[in-house]
Design a protein around this ligand. Structure first.
Ligand code: 4AD
Ligand code: MG
Length: 433
């Protein structure tokens, strides 16, 4: 049996007889010579079907091939300065495997159209490059946590509590029961498990009924989360920084070519991970915004997108903003023992205006304070009894964070919209195909 080579293996081989299979990427008919560019998951290469060399029916087949037809080709590889890859294959024989007529993606490249035909657009060079980087990034997250001694742990997706605010909860039709939701985060089901496993992490889908259409929000996204017993606020920041740096470094090592296809400025990524992340308190960030950008934020108001963007553009690395006002953050964040108006939580903001990539905190240990804050949010603490038991039986200092996988990939790949970082993006208005 012939051994098929990938396009990349062929380019490494440089000459000789080759067999390959793939899809027609481009085709140019020059009468007696048909130039066919073929693609597979590793790249593209140009083939020539010459009338004088092929059987009549094979030449006719080459002439009528549609974009995205799948073919098997046998031929001779040779150097060719004029071809973009530096090599070309003279076809000896050609076989059609799956025909493709009138491939829908030819002229219309509007964002909405490409989302309608997302199942086909996945084949584009852009999506292929992004999806390869995504695969590596997710692998690198696993690597990082496992290297740091975390166990992988799974929490339920169907949950009976909210954690990140009722307004973005998806209700589930669960055998006519009330109060069943899709996970916004693993957190309330992760905290109980640190008593068993110490340090844990997950990479899982989270769901937010986001009513806003922004370039950063999906209704279904992948969430890399960690939680650990005895981890303090400084260590938590170190883990966040360590994780992001490891993922970017790994992608830079393996995907220079893909980043080039995406026209990503690699220097910006290298600079961002070459130095310690900037760490400042929320109060300091307001001062900086005032001084450097003449932006006035009233103390006690959350940072909005425009302020986060400004902060990020004042730096060339990630910015960790700590100690936000208690009133703008979630009920579980620990009150700062030195200042009860703020919490020991942080947001890690990406460079170049990519926004919040990590949300984190040390967890409030005080049972009564948690109950009070739940009530302040209009929640009935009764529904949280299982969670409150974590504070009743051998409570320990602990902390955790969640990182938006697509947010980090959007930054790494440099795409304008988070939708391009996930195969089938879901937003308020998009749930098909
Ligand atoms: O800041 P968030 O809401 O924090 C939590 O969910 C915590 N319970 C995590 C934890 O401590 N275990 O979400 C964490 C991160 C954000 O920083 C952001 O990167 C991402 O999740 N994120 C989204 N990504 C895409 N689309 C959305 N709608 C997102 N909402 C949050
Ligand atoms: Mg957040």
């Amino acid at each position: 049996m012939k051994k098929y080579l990938s396009v990349k293996e062929i380019l490494d081989k440089k000459e000789g007889d080759v067999s390959l299979r793939g899809w027609v990427y481009r085709i140019r008919d020059q009468k007696d010579n048909i130039f066919i560019t073929i693609r597979d998951e590793t790249g593209i290469i140009q083939l020539i079907a010459a009338k004088e060399k092929l059987k009549e029916e094979e030449f006719l087949l080459a002439k009528t091939l549609g974009i995205e037809s799948s073919i098997i080709v046998y031929g001779k590889l040779r150097k060719e300065e004029r071809s973009p890859q530096g090599y070309e294959i003279d076809i000896d024989s050609l076989k059609l495997i799956g025909k493709s007529e009138n491939y829908p993606i030819s002229k219309d490249f509007s964002e909405e159209f490409l989302l309608d035909v997302r199942h086909l657009w996945l084949r584009s060079r852009k999506m292929t490059a992004i999806l390869k980087i995504r695969s590596t990034a997710i692998g690198a997250i696993h690597e990082y946590f496992r290297k740091e001694g975390f166990y992988e742990y799974q929490s339920p997706i169907l949950q009976s509590v909210q954690c990140e605010g009722g307004s973005s909860l998806f209700k589930v039709d669960y055998f006519e029961q009330e109060g069943v939701f899709l996970a916004q985060t693993w957190q309330l089901y992760a905290e109980p498990a640190i008593f068993s496993l110490g340090k844990i992490y997950t990479i899982a889908p989270s769901f937010r009924a986001e009513k806003s259409k922004t370039s950063r929000h999906l209704t279904e996204y992948w969430h890399a989360e960690m939680e650990g017993a005895w981890i303090d606020f400084e260590q938590l920041q170190d883990y966040g920084e360590g994780l992001i740096k490891h993922v970017i470094k790994t992608v830079l090592e393996k995907h220079k070519e893909d980043l080039e296809i995406l026209k990503r400025d690699i220097n910006l990524l290298e600079t961002a991970i070459s130095k310690p992340f900037v760490r400042m308190t929320y109060t300091e960030s307001l001062k900086l915004l005032k001084e450097k950008a003449d932006m006035d934020v009233e103390w006690g108001k959350d940072l909005r997108t425009i302020e986060e963007d400004k902060l990020s553009k004042l730096h060339d690395t990630f910015v960790i903003v700590t100690r936000y006002p208690k009133i703008v953050k979630a009920f579980y964040m620990k009150e700062d023992p030195d200042d009860s108006k703020v919490v020991l939580g942080f947001d890690c903001i990406g460079p170049e205006g990519y926004g919040e990539i990590i949300g984190a905190s040390e967890r409030e240990p005080d049972l009564e304070k948690i109950k009070q804050r739940l009530e302040d949010d209009g929640e009935d603490p009764k529904h949280y009894e299982f969670y409150l038991d974590t504070r009743r039986y051998g409570s320990v200092p602990h902390a955790g964070f969640g990182m938006g996988v697509e947010r980090l990939i959007a930054y790494i790949t440099g795409v304008d919209n988070i939708k391009d970082t996930i195969p089938f993006p879901r937003t308020m208005v998009r749930y098909k195909p």
